[in-house]
Design a protein around this ligand. Structure first.
Ligand code: GRF
Length: 208
């Protein structure tokens, strides 16, 4: 059974989708063993506690330098013996110490079809604001491995979602979450836990 550690900073609806999938038996060979938040007020922590999952907090402000923070975060993940790290709305930047230690073992969910509307500055509602301003008819979500390039790691799964006349960033965000993020994130995690994902030349190969 692989140990899954989920990093969060906010509401944690993607964490909830993972917990619900786990309860339905859809996370094959994986178990969410710990939730780590960069914000002690994150509602995601309540979700962890309500489901009997260990919850920890690590705040950037408690560390002097980025390097110290990275080392502390890597320390927690090693202490928790994480096989897989999932970024589910984790808003704090971490560096190469963590990325190198967990190469191709960190999965992020991004609310667009990468490479559209991604990279530095594209997070939260901003992603959907840009998508609507550009007038795209299709947007969606991407589950990908994390490497040193922001939103640039190997793509695992993507799902398209249609925009509609009258969409606001908030309405579109909700649709993208419901129709794409909450579906592909648990699926990507389950594939990982079954050792069905391999990365070859920057591309994810899914074996069935
Ligand atoms: C989601 O839109 C996710 O794609 C992005 O951050 C948001 C997190 O929302 N990375 P939640 O905390 O899971 O509700």
């Amino acid at each position: 059974m692989k140990k899954i550690v989920v990093l969060v900073s906010g509401g944690g609806t993607n964490l909830q989708a993972l917990i619900d999938a786990q309860k339905r038996g859809e996370i094959v060979n994986g178990n969410i063993t710990c939730v780590v938040s960069s914000n002690e007020k994150a509602y995601a922590l309540e979700r962890a506690r309500a489901n009997g999952i260990a919850a920890r907090v690590i705040k950037r402000g408690d560390y002097g330098s980025q390097q110290e923070y990275d080392r502390a975060l890597a320390g927690i993940l090693l202490e928790e013996k994480a096989d897989l790290v999932v970024l589910a709305g984790f808003m704090t930047i971490f560096g190469e110490t963590v990325i190198r230690e967990f190469e191709n073992r960190i999965i992020n969910i991004h609310p667009s079809l990468i490479p559209a509307f991604c990279g530095k500055g594209f997070y939260g509602l901003r992603v959907h604001e840009h998508a609507l301003a550009r007038g795209v008819k299709l947007t969606g979500a991407t589950a990908h491995f994390v490497n040193e390039v922001c939103d640039g790691g190997p793509i695992i799964l993507q799902k398209a979602v249609e925009t509609q006349i009258g969409d606001t960033p908030e309405i579109l965000q909700k649709r993208v979450m419901e129709q794409a993020e909450w579906k592909i994130l648990p699926k990507a995690v389950s594939l990982f836990c079954q050792d069905k994902l391999s990365v070859q030349n920057g591309t994810v190969i899914i074996s069935e």
